[in-house]
Structures are given as C-alpha cells and as structure tokens.
Design a protein around this ligand. Structure first.
Ligand SMILES: NC(=O)c1ccc[n+]([C@@H]2O[C@H](COP(=O)([O-])OP(=O)(O)OC[C@H]3O[C@@H](n4cnc5c(N)ncnc54)[C@H](O)[C@@H]3O)[C@@H](O)[C@H]2O)c1
Length: 458
C-alpha cells in the first residue's frame, strides 16, 4: 500500500465516470470516489440506470461500486480524504466576453481549484483530466500554491484519450497513457504516482511521461489531427460527387498507404461530439493570442469545412427534392453524434434538423439511445418535431430518410417494407454511407450518399 490510496475525481461526466470506474475495477487496493455538483447525475451513477450509455460500462461499474468505487455529492469531504484528485469537470467553449465562441471557459475549472484549496488539510497531487489550454497548470499552481496553509500541491497533466462509444475498451486497452509533470524531483515523483496507478493494468511501455506543457498541448493536437482527417476526406467527398470518383474507394486506396493509415477516413455529414470543435477553436484562440495567425487560420479551416459539409448535406436534399421540403415528412435516422452513445453534443443532426425546420419540413426523429438528449438540444424547436422510437414508424409516410448516425441496426432494416410505406418518389440521403445503396436503388429509392454518384430514377 502506498501513501496515495485515496483517489478523488471531481466531475462525474462522460470522462470522470468511466475512467474512475475502470481504475477502481483494476485497482481494488485503491478507494476511488467520484463527486459532482449535479445530484441527479450522482443518483443515476448509484442506480441501475447509469447517466450515460457506453457499451460494457454497466459491468465495470457493477464490479467495483460499493466495494472501492463510490459516487457522492460530498465534494468537501471527498477533497479532505483524498491523496490524489483528478479534475474532470467540463471545459466548454466560452460563450461571453473576451474569446467568446473560441476560448475555453475555465470557470468550472478555477472554481474546482479554489474548492480544493479551501478544503484540503494535507498535501495532494492534482491531476488535470479535463482537456485544457496549454499552460493551464501554471494558473492552477498559482491558485493552489499561493496558500497560507503551508500545503503543497503537485499538478500533473493526464489528458484522457477515450472515445465515446468505445470508452470501456479504450480505458482497458489504451494506445498510451500520457502523464505530464514538471521536470523537478517533486514533479517526477508526482508523475510516477499516477503512472503506478495505470501500471496495474497498462503495460509500462505505453505509459508516456513528458513535461506538463507537452501533455496539455498533445491532447488539443490529437483532437485537431483527428478532426483534420475527417475534414480532409469530407472535402474530397464533394469532389467525388461531381467527378464519379467514389470516396470510399479513394479512402481505401490512400488508407492502405502505411504512412497514412486507414482510420478516420470515413466520409460523412460531418464530425460532432463535445470535443473536436471546442478543442480546435481553443487551439485557434491560443495560436492567435501568440500572434500565430497563419497557424490559427490553418486549424480553423478544419471547423469551417465541417460546417460547410453539414450545410451542403441539407442543400443537396433540397436541390434533389425539387427545391422544396415544405410540408414534406422527413425521417432522420439517428441523432447521436456517433453510434453506441446517447451523447448528442455538437451532433451534425442538430444543424441538419434546424435547417430542415427552417425550410418548413415535417421532421421526425428516431434514435435508439439519444431521444432525450436530442429534445434538450433542440430546445423550443423540439415541439415542432415528431419523436419515434421505431424507425419503421418514423419512415411511414415520409418523402425522405436521412441517415445521420451510423447505428448498426439501420443497416439491417427491412427497406422493402419501408419503401412500401413512403411517399413517392422516395429518397434516401445516407449521411454516414452505411446502407447498401445499389440495393436500395433497385428497390426504387433515389439514393444520395456522401462522396458518391447519385443513384436516381429521374
Ligand atoms: N467526452 C469525451 O469523449 C472526452 C474525451 C476526452 C476528454 N474530454 C474532456 O474531459 C472533460 C470532461 O468532459 P465530459 O464529457 O466528461 O464532460 P461532462 O459535462 O459530461 O462532465 C463534467 C461534469 O463536471 C461536473 N462539474 C462541473 N463543475 C463542477 C464542480 N465545481 N464540482 C463538481 N463537479 C463539477 C458537471 O456537473 C458534469 O457532470 C472536458 O474537458 C473534455 O474536453 C472529454
């Protein structure tokens, strides 16, 4: 047993909950407590109906909860008890004041630092788990270590690379764990404490240690590179549509080049999720604040292409449905930003729905996990939408289906039955390129996919 047996995580969200559940499951010798200001969320973590959907998560939580994994709203008590505090609160894009729409909103982050300072009664290691602007640890250290209590806080950056939908697998078998700390004896010691936790189940060679600023910047850079790949292939998808090239064939051809690799080359209606856009805009803001305008412009274009791709999808629907969707029933298949999650933050479906409603379409939305979140995202427009659990009911009487999430079950639907119940001509706009387009065309559908020559009967 080390002196670092009590782990606290502040923030029980998509990152804090699964990450701590995995640490607790793999490290029965540690006591892991996850706290949050959101009482309903904590109650859900303590119930059989977890607040987030993630394949395999129920089992991991069940293995450890009540044994060495605890969810609580007692933040102060948690801080007092803990030797190591992971901070996993949200760091959304600022919506007000300087840097609005670009910079990270660090108010939750700073509140947490002040709370830690207020309630700590002994030295602690504080771990940045949230994604943060590079050099945030400096501000954190100034707040924490400018104290009259004589306490010492070592700040470590340990960004999380899990992807929603595969979080359990990513946590169990990560490509790497990145741990940044100061290059001082105390910094290296703190880094080692965190590395030892992960070493319980992650091979040592996958534990990467670096300086603090490299770790902070690596997370923003990783997300920028991933999003850039999607925007790159999406930009080429538009060119494919007008040249009779096929974007899946192009992606396969370039992805087999070992220097490029096959992943993240799937053309689509656009990337979503809570992180890509906010992290790139944050990177853009940081670059501009250092006067690196060309670098900022370069990364900003990744977001611009994504927004263009979403708008292009709706323009394409309009153009092919005889320039009007007013009064036409349009079934949206999927609202989650990707398959295997109920998360809808920044989902391409939000923009597509709003644009279709602005065109006076009658929108009906179906999704196996995301309907509640989707209603919240659409706010006062949710009442204008029809909600259906069952995709067959959603498609009945529709002029068009638009696939917006790559849920596996959509591939296996009985499209003959769906076609029979639709208005004619019947349209499919496959924003995820998951359906068998030729088969649908032969059934009678007019099929428009991303980066492919349209298959139409007129
Ligand atoms: N979602 C992802 O896939 C992902 C992946 C890697 C990294 N990240 C990063 O991890 C961080 C958290 O993301 P998330 O998706 O888990 O966010 P989230 O919004 O799901 O969870 C954050 C939680 O923090 C809580 N919180 C905020 N302020 C608090 C305070 N003062 N005290 C206690 N709790 C507080 C909120 O109530 C919320 O439940 C972000 O910085 C994000 O960029 C997210």
């Amino acid at each position: 047993m080390s002196n670092y047996d009590h782990i606290l995580c502040i923030g029980a969200g998509y990152v804090g909950g699964p990450t701590m559940a995995m640490i607790a499951a793999k490290c029965p010798h540690l006591k892991v407590t996850v706290v949050d200001i959101n009482e309903a969320r904590i109650a859900a973590w303590n119930s059989d109906d977890l607040p987030i959907y993630e394949p395999g998560l129920d089992e991991v939580v069940r293995a450890a909860r009540g044994r060495n994994l605890f969810f609580s709203t007692d933040i102060e008590g948690g801080i007092r008890d803990a030797d190591v505090i992971f901070v996993s609160v949200n760091t959304p894009t600022k919506t007000f004041g300087q840097g609005a729409g670009r910079a990270a909103d660090l108010q939750y982050w700073e509140k947490t630092a002040r709370q830690i300072l207020a309630h700590a009664t002994r030295d602690k290691i504080v771990v940045e788990k949230s994604t943060l602007p590079v050099r945030t640890a400096q501000a954190m250290e100034r707040i924490l270590n400018g104290n009259a209590k004589g306490l010492r806080f070592d700040v470590v950056s340990n960004p999380e690379f899990l992807a929603e939908g595969t979080a359990v697998k990513d946590l169990e078998d990560p490509d790497r764990i990145l741990i940044g700390g100061h290059e001082t004896p105390e910094g290296r010691r703190a880094r080692r404490v965190i590395a030892d936790i992960y070493a319980t189940w992650v091979p040592r060679e996958r534990l990467i240690e670096s300086n603090l600023w490299s770790a902070e910047l690596s997370k923003l850079t990783a997300n920028a590179f991933l999003a850039q790949r999607i925007s790159s292939i999406n930009s080429i998808s538009a060119l494919c549509e007008v040249t009779e090239a096929d974007v899946d064939e192009v992606a396969y051809a370039i992805g087999t080049d070992s220097r490029i690799g096959p992943r993240f080359l799937k053309a689509s209606v656009g990337f979503g999720g809570s992180c890509f856009k906010k992290d790139i805009l944050n990177l853009v803001y940081i670059c501009r604040s250092y006067g690196l305008n060309e670098v900022a412009d370069y990364w900003e274009s990744v977001v611009a292409i994504n927004e263009w791709q979403q708008a292009r999808f709706v323009r394409n629907m309009l153009a092919n449905m005889f320039n009007t969707v007013a009064g036409k029933r349009i079934a949206l298949f999927g609202f989650a930003f990707k398959a295997d999650t109920g998360d809808t933050r920044e989902s391409a479906a939000i923009g597509v729905t709003r644009q279709l409603l602005a065109e006076h379409a009658r929108v009906v939305i179906t999704d196996p996990k995301a309907i509640e979140n989707a209603k919240a995202d659409l706010g006062d427009q949710a009442g204008l939408v029809e909600w259906q659990e069952d995709p067959y009911a959603a498609a009945a009487g529709a002029h068009a289906i638009a696939v917006l999430t790559e849920w596996k079950q959509y591939k296996d639907l009985d499209f003959g039955r769906i076609f029979a119940g639709m208005e004619k001509p019947a349209f499919v706009f496959d924003g995820r390129n998951i359906l068998d387009h030729q088969r649908l065309f032969e059934m009678g559908f007019n099929v428009f996919a991303i980066g492919k020559t349209p298959l139409k009967h007129f």
